[in-house]
Design a protein around this ligand. Structure first.
Ligand code: FAD
Length: 412
């Protein structure tokens, strides 16, 4: 088994850092990325400024490998956008010889199983290799390899939540997909002409929604006919928001502090608590049926931006014995530490294999995906997860899962 590689799924910051940690320990690995290059998801939100400074975004083992290749580290306290992280960190890291030689791009993992065992087989799992199937996205051909361990660092960026408060698409959402964007569109850059002078409905109450509001407000300065409707399920926006004096992450606190002034502006209306029930294409845009505070109304808009969070994709690991919390879809023993009702990004304590435990031996979900539907993930805590996993793989010790705590009930 020890001669087989560790398979890492996804070459985002976490998958690449895992590769770096295995490389410095001389443990063989194969890193699979479905995009054209490493960092494919971050590249898609390259226009967004992250909240955390460089020192929190760079992994220590990755830094060691990069410095050996003559890398110039960015200033610790600088705030970068996704594009800078991609160009100045992830891409160079993927080119470090020890990683480049084991990185397979345009290779999508489509199945992970225990070789010749089904999910109900309890015996033999620990001593049976994983069989990993990946699709070459250029030729559409499937290939397989055996692995001693599998680290799923595939993120959540590709599975955004739909508009419906029940977790499904609302009628008309899929039919009108060309008028609807998920995540954070590049409103100040390549998508500017699309949104300027338009009426835009922003759905969601988190920082991604807020980032779109601020960008649309800037467009209003160019063209005063730009209007924004902000719809959120929650009734209160500011209740739990820390500000520039109290937030553990300065840039996020500053954004929160600027929000009351933003939403007091005439061209921004807030509908809360609200629930969208249907979308219909009409000659002058989209008619959106929305229930606000118990009353149903119709609003007419040109475009919708949906920032209602993400969920983990589990299809390709469905034959493994993984174990997720029924509410947040994070590993069961981790969920108390990341529960967004108890923690914000920045207050999640360091954790490792004991919290990331699954009944499936030597299988771990890490990085953004390990937080399931919780939006509290930071790269820094992800790197800490990996230190623990790399040590575990190196030493091969049994894992005693951490005992769940009383705070569990708060997540429901
Ligand atoms: C807009 C935004 C702002 C954020 N700001 C911050 C911040 O300020 N600070 C911070 O610390 N964190 C921030 N985060 C959270 C988090 O750190 C990032 O999302 C980070 O990119 C997560 O890293 P990851 O490697 O877990 O996942 P990703 O970066 O999503 O990487 C996953 C990779 O896996 C690939 N992949 C997916 N499925 C497969 C498959 N089946 N086979 C092969 N490859 C696959 C994807 O193409 C992708 O390249 C932010 C997130 C977002 C979306």
């Amino acid at each position: 088994m020890n001669l087989l590689p560790v398979v890492i799924i996804g070459a985002g910051p976490i998958g690449l850092a895992m590769a770096a940690k295995l490389a410095v320990r001389n443990i063989p690995f194969s890193l699979f990325e479905k995009g054209q290059t490493a960092g494919s998801s971050i590249k898609e939100w390259g226009h967004v400024n992250v909240f955390t400074p460089w020192e929190m975004n760079v992994d220590e083992d990755a830094k060691t490998l990069l410095l050996e290749c003559g890398w110039t580290p960015p200033k610790n306290d600088e705030i970068a956008c996704g594009k800078k992280i991609y160009e100045n960190y992830l891409l160079p890291l993927s080119q470090v010889p020890a990683i480049k030689a084991n990185l397979h791009t345009q290779a999508e993992i489509v199945q992970v199983v225990r070789h010749n065992l089904d999910k109900t087989s309890i015996e033999l799992r620990k001593n049976t290799p994983f069989k990993v199937t990946f699709k070459d996205t250029q030729s559409d051909q499937n290939n397989t390899l055996l692995a001693r361990a599998v680290i799923d660092a595939s993120g959540v960026w590709n599975s955004p939540n739909p508009i419906g408060v029940d977790g499904f698409h609302v009628p008309g959402e899929q039919e009108n997909a060309s008028y609807i964007s998920y995540g954070i569109p590049d409103i100040s850059g390549k998508d500017k002409t699309k949104y300027v002078g338009k009426k835009v409905l922003v759905v969601g109450s988190g920082h991604s929604a807020m980032a779109s509001l601020f960008a649309l407000d800037n467009l209003h300065e160019n063209d005063p006919s730009t209007e924004v409707i902000w719809a959120m399920r929650r009734g209160k926006i500011l209740n739990n928001l820390s500000d520039k004096n109290t937030d553990a992450i300065k840039a996020r606190g500053e954004l929160n502090s600027a929000l009351p002034n933003l939403i007091s502006k005439e061209h921004i209306s807030v509908l809360a608590p609200s629930r969208i029930s249907a979308i219909k294409k009409v000659t002058n845009g989209l008619d959106v049926e929305i229930n606000v505070n118990g009353e149903t109304m119709n609003v007419n808009v040109d475009f919708i931006i949906v920032s209602t969070g993400f969920r983990p994709e589990t299809g390709f690991i469905s034959e493994l014995q993984y174990q997720l919390d029924p509410v947040w879809e994070a590993p069961l023993y981790l969920v108390d530490l990341i529960n967004p009702h108890l923690h914000s990004c920045g207050s999640v304590p360091n954790h490792g294999v004991k919290q990331l435990y699954h009944p499936e031996p030597d299988f771990f979900i890490v990085g953004h995906k390990s937080y399931g539907r919780a939006p509290t993930f930071l790269m820094k805590t992800g790197y800490e997860q990996l230190n623990s996993i790399a040590n575990h793989i190196e030493k091969g010790e049994e894992i005693e899962p951490s005992i769940k705590t009383e705070t569990r009930s708060c997540s429901i």
